[in-house]
Design a protein around this ligand. Sequence first.
Ligand code: IDC
Length: 354
Amino acid sequence: MNKKSIIKRIWSVLLIFLLVFSLVNVSVVSDTQAASTSLSKHGRLSVKGADLVDKNGKKFQLRGISTHGINWDVGEPYVNKAAFKTLRDKWGVNAVRLAMYTEEYNGYCTGGDKAKLRALVDNGVKYAKELGMYAIIDWHVLKEGNPNAHLNEAKDFFTIMAKKHKNDKNVIYEICNEPNGGASWSDIKSYAKQVIKTIRNYDKKAVIIVGTPTWSQLGSDGTSNEVADGPITGFKNIMYTLHFYAGEWSHNEYLPKKVEYARKKKLPIMVTEFGLSPASGDGDISTGNADKWFKLLDKYNISYFCWSLSNKNESASLLAPSTSKKSGWKNSDLSAAGKYIKKEYVKRKKKAGI
Ligand code: IDC
């Protein structure tokens, strides 16, 4: 072998080495995406005026998906890392909501396996963190109406969670999904102040979201705005919940005006749950109304989480009832709602950059 061909050989070995090295590197990065996830770029979130902002104080919007109840057989299986990764990589999702019912279907306070449910929440937070996504821990008050019904259990639960997750920058606490029935804003406020204090004993910074009267509609009837008129004082990084279902006439009629009012009053709100269906979770979906809602939410950078990641046979479900896949869904595995949401989220991710 002459000198020239030895040099050639060395060069080709070097090139192969470089190629292999960069391929290995790319695959490592694409799994953890350490340099380019929402979490690595935006870090710890906080509340500035009416806005959710990132670590640099810039407005930031979460494009989220909510699980069905993690205590339900139609919710639990989707708390897995591959599912969240599919949502992140194929749907443009940057946050998940872990909905844990307090009462229905072996809820946390009605016979559910507490340790198992907490482990599911912890795992959900961990998967999200590893994937650079945000995660809401949702104390899913519904059937009981008044969150004070389980005040002590809520305090115990959030004490454990706040101790455990105080250094997890991706965690957001949602302390009462949807107060309803007779729960007034002053009942909810009294509950919220105690639970917020409990969380703040350990976690001084994470965003905490407070549910609002009448299934989180910011007031006790169609036109009342008790929350914007009398928010909780004395704490930082607090936001308030607004929920809507695009297939529900009254939600489309009354709630957009409440969003405008809340913005005028500088009330920080987050849509921790919305659906395309009527409020029952089933029936005709309305993508036309959802289009209008997205315009409004985007105008104010309001974060949103769609209900729900499930194949339960109801129209709010994002997966088709026929699919048993727990991740890696193709378009044919999605419901009509799922196809619409995926398309809209991907579009918005492209616009937002990440
Ligand atoms: C619904 C589920 C449904 C379940 C029911 C239990 O979709 O499968 O049987 O809860 O009560 C909400 C609630 C959310 C509801 C959802 C749709 O936060 O728990 O889920 N919804 O009804 N508020 C408005 C609508």
